[in-house]
Design a protein around this ligand. Structure first.
Ligand code: OAD
Length: 270
């Protein structure tokens, strides 16, 4: 299994982006009108920015203050577990009080019309708090801790602090339930399978530089509508991508408009 790694920025391609355009529904319409289309969402730190949580790579982002390899790698844990725990305690304290924003809530409401599956790189649980039912976490969950002796022993934390001396039932130190750089991503195969079934793909609030998550977009079937919501300019190297260059809370409104057009187009074809 490929470990977590970051693509070098200078390796990313920059395809000409298409303006916001009408979306052509896929030729194959689901035959059973009662069968909802599968809408797959790949989300990243940007969707939680308006909930007050910092992103990683924007100016003033988390990796401006910390070196990844000092706080988010197995080596860091060996060298200085206290610093690693402090780093995640800070993250946890910030997210403990955070609430879902309009973007999380709108995406949750799409479940009325679509079979929505969210694949998130985020370690917060704001999608779940907003009411999304199918959320797969690729990079772990901040609210959880796990045993360093047996990774299958996982606890839900009752407070935002995890410290040296907090032990599992086997007597071993607990660590954050986070995928660190250089570690395998246990949910990646599940995520690829979800992508393969997508009828529509939405990518929101991610710079798409961390792999294998960023490569997931290539598992979605060819020809499906793909929407990218981000005020920056992440590139999705697929034809026919619709870029909505806005913050998440505004961008989801454009998305809803486009999805309404898509559904109307689907109905006309039946
Ligand atoms: P990044 O910080 O790399 O990218 C955040 C993206 O969100 C950028 O493309 C921004 O333009 C965009 N953004 C900023 N504000 C936004 C807003 N209000 N609405 C919508 N988009 C906004 O975060 P990720 O791509 O999630 O991994 O980073 C991927 C992984 O790298 C993270 O899961 C984390 C990090 O290192 C680990 O720590 C394991």
């Amino acid at each position: 299994m490929l470990p977590l790694f970051v693509e070098r920025m200078d390796q990313s391609f920059n395809f000409e982006k298409e303006p916001l355009a009408d979306v052509n529904p896929r030729n194959t319409i689901k035959p059973d009108i009662l069968m909802k289309q599968k809408l797959v969402i790949l989300s990243g730190a940007g969707i939680s920015q308006e909930s007050g949580l910092k992103t990683f790579r924007d100016m003033g982002g988390i990796w401006d203050t910390y070196q990844v390899e000092e706080v988010a790698s197995p080596d860091a844990w060996k060298r200085n577990p206290e610093l690693v725990l402090r780093f995640y305690n800070e993250r946890r304290k910030a997210f403990w009080e955070a609430l879902p924003n309009a973007a999380h809530i709108t995406l949750a409401s799409l479940e009325e019309r679509f079979d929505v599956e969210i694949i998130t790189q985020n370690v917060d649980d704001l999608h779940e708090q907003a009411g999304s039912k199918k959320v797969l976490h690729l990079h772990g969950e901040l609210r959880k801790a796990r045993s360093t002796a047996d990774p299958s022993i996982i606890y839900t934390l009752q407070s935002p602090e995890l410290n040296l001396g907090d032990l599992c039932e086997l007597g071993s130190q607990l660590r954050p339930h986070i995928v660190w750089f250089g570690e395998p991503v246990p949910n990646i195969v599940k995520a690829q399978k979800i992508m393969e079934k997508a009828d529509i793909l939405v990518v929101i609030g991610t710079s798409l530089v961390v792999y294998p998550a960023a490569g997931l977009v290539h598992f979605a079937p060819e020809g499906i509508p793909v929407f990218v919501i981000d005020p920056g300019s992440p590139s999705v190297m697929r034809p026919g991508v619709v870029y909505i260059q806005k913050k998440a809370s505004e961008g989801v409104n454009d998305l809803v408009e486009k999805l309404v057009q898509y559904l109307q187009g689907s109905n006309q074809k039946e």
